[in-house]
Design a protein around this ligand. Structure first.
Ligand code: ZN
Length: 438
């Protein structure tokens, strides 16, 4: 039967899969069903409509979609089970829907339990309308980004309501099988209530945390806060003398500047991938997506999936670093010593200082390609943050940088990076990390 062909409402048994039927009869035998369910099962098993006896294999069929508040929805009345979801996926994949090179696409799945409860939530708004408002803001972030190269923005293709027994492992953990291929990814919503979400903003009735997750799933972007570094061990010599500067936050969140250490407010403030609550895409991710677009990799899953966990190996061969101090006075560089982090072998999700070589560059030119190790086409995990010990005509200065600063140089085709360097007695909370690219 074609997906578009509507089942007659009295074909009730046709909506029960073989597996469910088996489970039901076994359940009756094992005495695990409630009386009500036994009665229901009994009526289905013993008294099927005599005129319209079910014809197997109708059990696999799913109901055709409905358009609810502008969003194509499968399973609104009868949530899909595992087999129906497989069938739907095959069907959708056989359609070969077009994917534009400048547009990201998504499918949202929702569990029956969350979907049904949401309808009765305080908002009096359908789940579809709620999603479409999020789609609109997400789309706006893309098309209004500083680089404006994801002109097609984002399109939410559909919503699929699934029953609570669909195994997550099959449909949401495996990126290459059981996937709906007209989308860049699929996102599952379960156990969800907006009012309980961490970054729900009641003033705009938008869950900014949900959009952050979509940044991972639909755009395949990494967390900025994965570049936070505050390891107290194995501190290299110049940092030992300046306790306030020993922490580095690649992200930005309110209050971070009071924690000591330097934060990358310049890159991360109010951005989608900073860590939650941001409303703009920001320079870095805009350039990243634009670069994917230029390279024709927007829908290349094997390439873009790396970007969820790792940082792109797009590096300039060499760059010229020009520094001024907090008073704006230019510094003449004599030598730059670079200390680098690496993954802690005992715990790959945390960083320690590189136990091996430090990198020394006489003068103002450094070679990022020599500093950042590349593994499987991305920067080796853990090795993305550097601390510069800078010898200048005005004495010792220093500064933190990370991989994004050099990705940006590569993507913008710039070679001169002009920025502030700090003295040991400058306060990190007042330090502006912003870089001018020339
Ligand atoms: Zn995240």
């Amino acid at each position: 039967m074609e997906a578009g062909e509507k089942l007659k409402p009295n074909f009730r048994l046709s909506k029960i899969t073989r597996r469910e039927f088996l489970k039901m009869t076994l359940g009756v035998a094992a005495g695990v069903l409630t009386n009500e369910k036994i009665a229901q099962a009994g009526s289905l098993i013993n008294k099927p409509n005599q005129k319209e006896a079910p014809q197997l294999p109708l059990e696999q069929e799913y109901s055709p979609p409905s358009i609810i508040d502008g969003l194509e929805t499968f399973g609104a009345d009868e949530p899909l089970n595992e087999e129906q979801l497989k069938l739907l996926t095959e069907k959708l994949n056989s359609l070969g829907n077009e994917k534009r090179d400048d547009t990201y696409y998504g499918t949202v799945f929702v569990t029956e339990e969350t979907y049904k409860r949401f309808i009765f939530d305080d908002f009096q708004e359908s789940f579809q309308s709620y999603l479409r408002r999020h789609e609109a803001l997400f789309n706006q972030m893309l098309i209004e980004n500083p680089i404006a190269l994801a002109e097609g923005g984002f399109k939410l293709r559909r919503l699929i309501v699934i029953n609570n027994n669909v195994p997550e492992s099959d449909f949401f953990r495996d990126y290459y099988n059981n996937r709906i291929t007209d989308c860049d990814d699929q996102y599952l919503i379960k156990n969800y209530q907006p009012s309980k979400a961490d970054y729900y903003d009641p003033s705009i009735r938008i869950d900014l945390g949900l959009l952050h997750e979509w940044g991972h799933y639909f755009l395949h972007l990494n967390d900025f806060y994965s570049l936070d570094f505050f390891s107290p061990v194995n501190i290299p010599p110049p940092l030992r003398e300046i306790p306030l500067w020993q922490k580095y936050y690649g992200s930005y969140r309110d209050g971070i500047d009071n924690d000591g250490g330097v934060s990358r407010k310049d890159l991360a403030d109010n951005t989608l991938m900073a860590g939650g609550g941001g409303r703009i895409l920001g320079l870095y991710n805009s350039l990243q997506l634009a670069n994917r677009g230029k390279a024709g990799r927007v829908h290349n899953l094997r390439e873009t999936l790396k970007d969820i966990w790792l940082w792109p190996a797009d590096l300039p061969e060499q760059v010229v670093l020009r520094f001024y101090n907090v008073y704006g006075l230019p510094l003449i560089v004599r030598n730059i010593t670079v200390y680098e982090t690496e993954a802690d072998l005992a715990n790959p999700n945390t960083r320690v200082w590189h136990s091996g070589p430090v990198y020394n560059f006489p003068g103002e030119i450094i070679r990022p390609v020599d500093i950042f190790p590349v593994e499987n086409g991305a920067i080796k995990k853990g090795s993305e943050i550097i601390f510069l010990d800078i010898d200048t005509d005005r004495g010792k200065y220093f500064r933190w940088m990370d991989i994004r600063d050099f990705n940006i140089a590569k993507w913008m085709g710039k070679e001169f990076l002009q920025m502030c360097a700090a003295r040991y007695d400058d306060y990190p909370g007042n330090f502006n990390s912003r870089i001018d690219y020339r």
